[in-house]
Ligand binder design. Structure first.
Ligand code: KE4
Length: 428
């Protein structure tokens, strides 16, 4: 079934570290050989061996309208003929910034970058420059990209590989990153008291997607907002995953919580390398060249990335019904998975908010990294492979959320539910 992927993976390892350009693609967490993809359209991906998969990764979020969405593809083809990069300002960047600001709350100014990592890295530098404080608080299991400050008890691939401290991240940098458990407001209050006047920012995934899908408990985000207001700490919402996915206005709109700075990625590039950070003018005006917090990028605002993101966001803005469709589709999946998992008799938890969902083989609620890590993730590995061979491509780690796109049909969901039923019969 995977002969060509096996050969390609062997070849890839001769020239690329681990044979992949991003660790989570390596299947290390679930074992086996990563599947090499050749093409994708809508909700389906096709691998080098010609196998078709119903895709629940969607490039880790960007393909909210499905792969090779025609208007995005055509816009990129059209734009590419006028050069692929200028290194000079363009009108398209203004249109993209104005579109983002028109769709999300609390963003007066926005700066484009080329990845979610860059967006989050720049946001904490800005918070440090704005407050004059050095420390940040992040939450165990949250992933904000691979900048040094974030590789402390991070989620996603760092959690997948159970890397407690990442070599190369200096003690000095790590010491300025304070961590506590997601949903533990008392722990945050304690850290803030212990480090009074030292904390520049609290950065959080408002709905976490890098330890599975973890939902903020009632009052948690509101409590963080209150702490930041009282202590003059910058509240950064990392919406690289949730932005333009949970609602047009992202988690800020969906959960009705205001951030001081927001970071974006994934969806806003429509699959092209784009990230962004934005927020209140009183903070953003400290960013160079307006202010002294330096931040830059040769390909920031790149025309191909901008036109892909612009067409994607414009489509989402003009078709708000997409969000209702995504929610209903994910709830239908949730209901079906719940029925077959319940019938299997194995302990499980399904976490879902909007079109983010994850299955944990756990006999306890999964509300933070520790409870995600203590689930039966060995069983998840078997589930992953049993689904893969039935043509359903789940994230290759229990520490990831599943992503749905609106190209999925009810039949695709029914196939996924039936594949789960058969997989459970096989592995239990
Ligand atoms: P990138 O630098 O990978 O574009 O974005 C980093 C990032 C920041 N914030 C959040 C909430 C994120 O989820 C991410 C990246 N997500 C992972 C998937 N869990 C990217 C996949 C990968 O590392 O290949």
């Amino acid at each position: 079934m995977f002969e060509k992927s096996i050969n390609l993976f062997n070849r890839a390892q001769q020239s690329i570290p681990g044979g992949v350009n991003s660790p989570v693609r390596a299947f290390k967490s679930v074992g086996g050989t990563p599947v090499f993809m050749k093409s994708a359209k809508g909700a389906y991906m096709y691998d080098a061996d010609g196998n078709r998969f119903i895709d629940y990764i969607n490039s880790w979020g960007p393909m909210i309208l499905g792969h090779a969405y025609e208007p995005v593809v055509k816009a990129i083809q059209e734009t590419a003929q006028y050069s692929t990069s200028f290194g000079a300002p363009t009108e398209l960047e203004i249109e993209m910034a104005e579109l983002i600001i028109s769709m999300v709350p609390n963003v007066d100014l926005v700066r484009m970058v080329s990845s979610g990592t860059e967006a989050c890295m720049s946001a904490i530098r800005l918070a440090r420059g704005f407050t004059g404080h050095n420390k940040i608080i992040k939450f165990e299991g949250c992933y904000h990209g691979h900048a040094d400050s974030f590789l402390v008890k991070a989620g996603s691939g760092v959690a997948t590989f159970n890397i407690q401290t990442v070599p190369g991240v200096t003690a000095g940098v790590a010491n300025d990153t304070l961590t506590c458990a997601y949903n533990d407001l008392d722990a945050v209050k304690q850290l803030v008291a212990e480090h009074h006047g030292e904390i520049a920012a609290i950065i959080i995934e408002p709905v976490a997607g890098n330890m599975g899908c973890i939902i903020p408990q009632p009052g948690f985000l509101e409590g963080l907002r209150a702490i930041c207001d009282m202590q003059g700490i910058v509240f950064i919402m990392d919406e690289v995953m949730t932005g333009f996915r949970l609602a047009q206005g992202g988690a800020q709109e969906r959960l009705n919580i205001k951030a001081d700075l927001v970071t974006y990625g994934k969806v806003i590039g429509g699959g092209m390398p784009v990230g962004a950070f934005g927020g209140k003018k009183e903070i953003m005006q400290h960013i160079s060249p307006l202010g002294n917090v330096y931040q830059a990028g040769t390909l920031s605002g790149n025309p191909l990335a901008m036109i892909a993101g612009y067409v994607m966001l414009k489509t989402l803005k003009e078709n708000a019904a997409i969000y209702k469709q995504l929610d209903e589709m994910t709830s239908y999946l949730h209901k079906g998975l719940n029925e077959v998992l319940k019938a299997s008799g194995t302990p499980y938890v399904i976490n879902q908010l909007g079109s983010m969902i994850s299955v944990h083989f756990s006999d306890h609620p999964v509300i933070n990294f520790a409870t995600a890590a203590s689930a039966n993730n060995e069983l998840f590995k078997k589930y992953f492979h049993a689904m893969l061979k039935r043509g359903v491509y789940l994230p290759p780690s229990a520490f990831e959320t599943w992503f749905l796109c609106n190209a999925l049909t009810k039949e695709d969901i029914d196939v996924t539910i039936q594949a789960t039923k058969e997989s459970l019969q096989e592995i239990l």
